[in-house]
Ligand binder design. Structure first.
Ligand SMILES: Cc1ncc(COP(=O)(O)O)c(C=O)c1O
Length: 415
């Protein structure tokens, strides 16, 4: 199996496993596909903040949506300019964040009334920075690939509730702030039908803001992880957005800037996680049915999506003499029974795959979004390398962490 022109076995030999690998060719394809949907396209960098991926976005003319001031600083270090970045949050993580945004001219998209108020107070006190803000609206409904990624509706903590728009205008007015942007992001991994419908709602809300300059319809573009099913067709979104903008522009009698900010759709498909089969195991259920487990060195400390959301990722084994296909449960090395790559609704689910043996390579697909960025040191597992493939070239963008790296911030409390 190859990623661009490079054999996965060569990547595993050179960098060891587990290792994240990103194909620039696939990334560039998705950048081109998404960029034509909207006049301004931001990348929700929470999906993967790998420096090479950020630089590819920059070169592709994509702007940034950051969800923490640390992400803002990371984007700046990767080469973005302050004016390319929008900071979306429901809170400033601490009071220093307000000052940072004001002093560095970072456009802020506020998801709560309290955040608008804190920014307004900061702007008055500091006498610096911009008095223009965007507000994130909770339109009253949402959609996601899992309840945990649904970010709209009454059970979401995100955004200013749509019935509080008069209140947000009042608070902004008190501090002399101008609401020049409206935004919504109602879920990650939604579906196109829902996205199409909800965009009209945001347009109606947006009409209430006389100083409007930008409208941001958020991310949430769907991505089909199963390569045996047709990929989600997102091309129709361009016309939908154009129709919405026609209405909005005619309402205001001027051009409003249309923005979107997907994350997953940009990067999910370009990423692979290579691991190794370490051991086989089996059990018998109550009916004496045998359950076969393939234990690998890829755990939820490396890729948490299956455990957090029951997400599907394609899996391929690569070895000299793979056995015939059979039902197997693929799991990781973490000392926790939920550490299973093939699961749904918190239950292990067997998948029909050629039977590997210890030492064979495993390739997990669809791992470019919410993969490395959500990894952890659980079980004192070092963070793993990230490698970029560009044609024949392999570029190491992050080395493997060592135990010393993990321990260096720890204080010696002996005595
Ligand atoms: C504010 C915001 N914008 C955009 C996104 C990107 O979502 P997705 O990766 O589904 O496109 C997210 C992710 O949840 C988000 O929180």
């Amino acid at each position: 199996m190859k990623i661009e022109n490079v054999d996965v076995l060569d990547i595993a030999r050179e960098f060891g496993t587990p290792v994240y690998v990103y194909s620039l060719e696939e990334l560039r394809r998705s950048i081109a596909e998404i960029k034509q949907l909207s006049p301004v396209t931001r990348y929700a960098m929470k999906a993967s903040s790998n420096v090479r991926i950020l630089q590819e976005m920059l070169n592709g003319g994509i702007k940034i949506d950051a969800v923490s001031v640390f992400e803002v600083k990371r984007a700046l270090r990767a080469g973005f300019k302050p004016e390319d970045i929008c900071f979306t949050s429901d809170v400033f993580f601490n009071a220093d964040d307000v000052g940072y945004c004001l002093e560095n001219n970072i456009f802020v998209n506020c998801g709560t009334l309290g955040m608008v108020e804190e920014y307004g107070r900061g702007w008055k006190d500091l006498g610096k920075g911009s008095n223009r803000i965007s507000i994130r609206i909770n339109p009253g409904e949402g959609h996601g690939h899992s309840k945990k990624t649904n970010t709209g509706g009454p059970y979401s903590k995100h955004g200013i509730w749509h019935e509080n728009l008069d209140e947000v205008k009042r608070i902004a007015g008190t501090y002399g702030l101008i609401i020049s942007g409206v935004h919504m992001h109602i879920g990650s991994g939604g579906d196109m039908e829902h996205l199409k419908r909800i965009t009209s709602k945001l347009v109606e809300f947006a009409k209430q803001f006389d100083d409007l300059q930008t409208i941001n319809f958020g991310g949430g573009l769907p991505y089909q992880y199963n390569p045996d099913l047709p990929q989600e067709d997102i091309s129709g979104y361009k016309n939908i957005l154009a129709e919405r903008m026609k209405l909005l522009n005619s309402h205001f009698g001027r051009e409003i800037v249309c923005e979107i900010e997907p994350g997953r759709r940009f990067v999910a498909g370009c990423g692979y996680l290579l691991g190794e089969v370490r051991s086989l195991n089996h059990t018998f259920d109550e009916d004496r049915k045998r359950l076969d487990y393939v234990l690998t060195n890829v755990g939820f400390c490396h890729l948490i999506r299956p455990m957090a959301y029951g997400s599907y990722h394609p899996i391929w084994f690569v070895g000299d003499d793979l056995g015939p296909e059979q039902d197997v449960i693929v799991a990781g090395p973490v000392c926790e029974s939920g550490d299973v790559l093939t699961q749904e609704n918190e239950e292990p689910v067997a998948r029909r795959l050629p039977m590997p043996k210890a030492g064979d390579l495993m390739v997990v697909g669809g791992a470019g979004g919410y993969g490395f960025v959500m990894s952890s040191n659980y079980n004192t597992q070092p963070l793993i390398p990230e490698v970029v493939v560009d044609g024949d070239r392999l570029i190491l963008t992050r080395r493997r962490q060592t135990l010393d790296d993990i321990l260096q911030e720890e204080k010696d409390v002996q005595g």
